[in-house]
Design a binder for this molecule. Structure first.
Ligand code: GCW
Length: 860
């Protein structure tokens, strides 16, 4: 960028001199106030204005263009000026008035007209922006109007981070053309794999009347450069394509438009038959093609900037072209041809697999499916089709290798699909910052280049990779599934939505840099707050991985239903193909070419060689690629079994340590955020113990190899409920057994029951944990008493995602510093509610870590 002297002379050259009366207040009035947590990282907290603008805060904002996106940029700057700089800016569209300290914003063409002639070295491309100074004037220049808006957000980001803008020179362009979120919302307002309340788009079968949250969401997306949003579940409700619904959906597009977010829809391939009344949905049938043409034309009549469609077909019960012996390319192309004249695209999902695989077939392998189904179709997709590929070959597990399909389609557009919603990674009740995981996928060099130049996945999905000349587009798709409850439920999980957008814009940004940006924008610039939150975020993926899915085993969660708590064997002996193939001798899927499913052979040769050999396969993918004995020694020197034990104990400890780390921020973040995060971290700490015990007990039993450190199966201070004196409670088996201590719990089928025991250890201060089950429905009541004095009463009022006693509903309460004397009776009373029978698993009583002066039952 070259700068060009003071603004004054050039400003005078601009003819129009009409002050426009868009006072900031008018912009802002349009924003309906939302609930707590809603502004997310756009809170615009006060900063040190003098540090940002040492020469004084610009008091005038000159908006050169009249595009609706530039209006949004101006509105945003007004909000930022007022919130962060405590300054009410003056708005003009006359550059003359922009003399002195001003911000001037416009498209490249508008800036050129305002300040001719300035030669920049590089023409700004679509959506790109450039921020720079000309004397006292800060210029926000966009490659187009959307670039102006992105530039305004980038400027506000710099201000929020309190950077000095004395010198400013930043040019930025998006990495890929497609930067979309997918939302798996259903018309009835539910969200598949959504963990933050109901839909912001739909309710009771229709588009919501109040779309203020949809507008606020578009604003958030736009602030990180996301330019598209698919508003409905890929398991698409077919009725949404009916004319009356399309009209309604256009209202959502209307609120997206000011933020440059294009609406798109998931569609079902059988639509021409089911709602079109045709006899077939064969993609090669002329009537079917005509139906798609007219349907897409009708959508564009209602939504002129419609982005395109996402298609899930021949997958998990969805119908598809296979019904007529046609290919995914046939299906994608028929819709793509209807979209082509309008500039729309098809995102055709590569997630096509058979969920009725034969477990007995040692060559069967779900991981192979993407490549097997798509590779032969390379070059057969139209140029406005993009194959949307999940980053791993299975399904968003905590650790997977990248999908070999990325290297298998050199003549096809590709997008990477990442999952922001934490389906398999703790459902926002566990803290998992996913950016480091995504970066590992994006940075994986597929070694597919003949010239031996690296070809990382991020290059492939950029749409401009050297070895993929035929790409015309590429992109990033993030499955976000935001809801009405603070977007993602957990305040800290918002870093994933933010991080997805930032990576889609610039995948070379570091995970730590993104975390720090997000933290500063969301919580301010206090160094202690930043350090604490960044550390929590950056450590979180490994912590979660360590107690849920060691050595690339995939996941050990209950894969049949809700994908939350442990359920080791649920992976086995069914058609879903998430097998871990654990037996008494060993564990892991043999995916080698030599003896296994041959999956590894789908990678380009150098990468395949690395995975095929035990000598070079990384430990963290070992069980994904190989079946090995429990006694096999890792590169680290530990045996597989000992690693499994150690990592689970380490993980549970690390999860527990997150709680005091966060507690140090009390008073430094808002009270509501503090409390919400604390609640979740405490839950996670307890749930990590449920995971730890389930997985280590299961593998100990399966392998017959005891923990060398003697931890597994020996729990100091633990008293099984079923071993206590039961007053009305009855003992039941829990399924799967590993999700309850000793495989059993007690339940109460009377109005009230109790378990009790007499304390026979020394007098002292103890931390008392009651491990119980809190089902989705029901609010059982509990109380704990010591020697007849009630220490605590509580309600099992959480909404853990199951109505069964298992690893998803096992939870705990811990009471610190309880005084207990030898001979005291400890009694837990339970009162059931509906089908929730006040279930208890165990008590744990251990000497207090810290003897507080506040003693819970000292009064007695
Ligand atoms: O991860 C799995 C989910 C399904 C989802 C599917 C998909 C929308 O468990 O709920 O369906 O992937 O990505 O299509």
């Amino acid at each position: 960028m070259s700068s060009s002297g003071p603004c004054v002379a050039r400003c005078a050259a601009v003819s129009a001199a009409i002050l426009f009366s868009l006072l900031a207040g008018q912009f802002v009035a349009a924003q309906t106030p939302l609930g707590a947590g809603e502004p997310a990282w756009l809170a615009y907290r006060p900063v040190n204005a003098a540090a940002v603008f040492p020469g004084g805060v610009p008091d005038t904002i000159v908006k050169l263009g009249n595009d609706v996106l530039e209006d949004s940029a101006a509105r945003e700057l007004a909000l930022g000026w007022r919130g962060m700089l405590r300054h009410e800016p003056r708005f003009v569209n006359n550059a003359d008035a922009g003399q002195g300290r001003a911000v001037v914003m416009g498209t490249q063409a508008e800036i050129d007209a305002w300040r001719p002639p300035v030669t920049h070295e590089k023409h700004l491309t679509q959506d790109a922006y450039r921020l720079y100074r000309v004397s006292d004037v800060v210029v926000v220049e966009g490659g187009d109007a959307r670039g102006v808006l992105y530039g305004a957000f980038a400027l506000l980001r710099l201000i929020a981070e309190q950077h000095s803008l004395r010198v400013l020179d930043e040019t930025s362009a998006p990495w890929a053309l497609v930067r979309w979120t997918n939302e798996w919302d259903n018309p009835n307002g539910t969200i598949e794999r959504g963990y933050a309340g109901p839909s912001i788009f739909f309710e009771e079968g229709r588009v919501r009347a109040d779309l203020s949250r949809a507008a606020a969401y578009a604003r958030l997306l736009s602030s990180v450069g996301i330019d598209g949003c698919t508003i409905n579940n890929v398991n698409a409700a077919i009725d949404l394509l009916k004319p009356e619904n399309v009209r309604d959906i256009a209202r959502i597009a209307d609120v997206f438009r000011p933020y440059g977010v294009r609406l798109s829809l998931s569609v079902d391939m059988s639509s021409p038959q089911v709602i079109g009344g045709l006899k077939t949905f064969d993609p090669l049938n002329a009537e079917v093609a005509a139906w798609w043409n007219s349907k897409i034309d009708a959508i564009y009549a209602a939504i002129p900037d419609f982005g395109g469609v996402v298609i899930k077909a021949d997958s998990e019960g969805r119908v598809g072209p296979s019904q007529y012996g046609r290919s995914p390319a046939d299906a994608a192309n028929v819709v793509a041809r209807a979209l082509k004249p309008h500039g729309g695209v098809v995102l055709y999902r590569g997630f096509v697999y058979n969920n009725h695989l034969d477990w007995h077939d040692m060559k069967a392998d779900r991981a192979r499916a993407g490549y097997d189904n798509f590779h032969a179709l390379d070059g057969k997709f139209d140029d406005n089709v993009i194959v949307q590929i999940k980053h791993g070959p299975i399904d968003f597990q905590v650790r997977e290798p990248v999908s070999p399909l990325f290297a298998g389609l050199p003549n096809t557009n590709e997008a990477i699909e990442l999952q922001i919603t934490q389906e398999y990674t703790g459902q926002q009740r566990h803290l998992v910052y996913l950016v480091p995981m995504w970066k590992e996928s994006l940075n994986t060099d597929m070694r597919a280049s003949a010239a031996a130049t690296p070809l990382p996945v991020k290059e492939i999905v950029s749409g401009r990779a050297v070895a993929t000349q035929h790409h015309t587009a590429g992109g990033f798709v993030g499955v976000a599934n935001v809801g009405t409850d603070g977007w993602l439920g957990s305040p800290l999980a918002l870093s994933n939505l933010y991080g997805f957008g930032r990576l889609a814009w610039e995948p070379n940004l570091g995970a730590a840099a993104i975390s720090d940006e997000w933290t500063r924008l969301s919580f301010g610039n206090d160094p202690e707050v930043r350090a604490t939150i960044n550390k929590l975020e950056l450590d979180s993926w490994h912590i979660y991985e360590s107690y849920t899915g060691p050595l690339g085993v995939g996941t050990l969660t209950d894969i049949i239903g809700i994908h939350f708590g442990p359920g080791v064997e649920s992976a086995e002996r069914n058609g879903w193909g998430q097998w871990i193939r654990a037996d008494h001798d060993g564990v892991g899927m043999d995916r080698t070419v030599a003896t296994g499913t041959g999956y590894i052979g789908q990678y380009p040769a150098p990468l395949a060689a690395e995975y095929e050999s035990l000598a070079t396969c990384p430990d963290n993918l070992l069980l994904f690629m190989h079946h090995v004995p429990y006694t096999y020694r890792l590169h680290s020197g530990l045996t597989v079994m000992q690693y499994i034990d150690n990592t689970h104990y380490w993980g549970a400890q690390a999860a527990a340590a997150q709680v005091p780390a966060w507690e140090a921020l009390q008073g430094k973040v808002s009270d509501s955020t503090y409390a919400e995060v604390l609640k979740r971290l405490k839950f996670q700490a307890g749930h990590a113990i449920v995971w730890r015990d389930a997985v280590t007990e299961w593998f100990t039993k399966m392998s017959g190899i005891p923990d060398a450190l003697g931890r597994v199966g020996h729990y100091p201070g633990r008293i099984e409920a079923e071993s206590m004196h039961l007053d009305g409670y009855e003992t039941v088996d829990v399924t799967p057994w590993e999700t309850a201590s000793g495989g059993k719990a007690v339940i109460c089928d009377l109005p009230e029951c109790a378990v009790q025991t007499t304390w026979e250890k020394p007098d002292g201060w103890y931390d008392v944990t009651v491990q119980y089950f809190d089902l989705l429905h029901g609010h059982s009541r509990f109380s704990l008493s010591v020697a007849g004095n009630e220490v605590e009463r509580w309600i099992a009022g959480d909404t853990l995602p199951s109505d069964k006693l298992n690893g998803s509903t096992s939870t705990r309460i811990t009471l610190d510093n309880v005084a207990i004397h030898r001979g005291d009776i400890l009694r837990v009373t339970g009162r059931p509610d509906g089908a929730e029978l006040a279930p208890i698993d165990y008590l744990s009583i251990v000497p207090s870590a810290v003897h507080s002066t506040v003693i819970r039952n000292a009064a007695r």
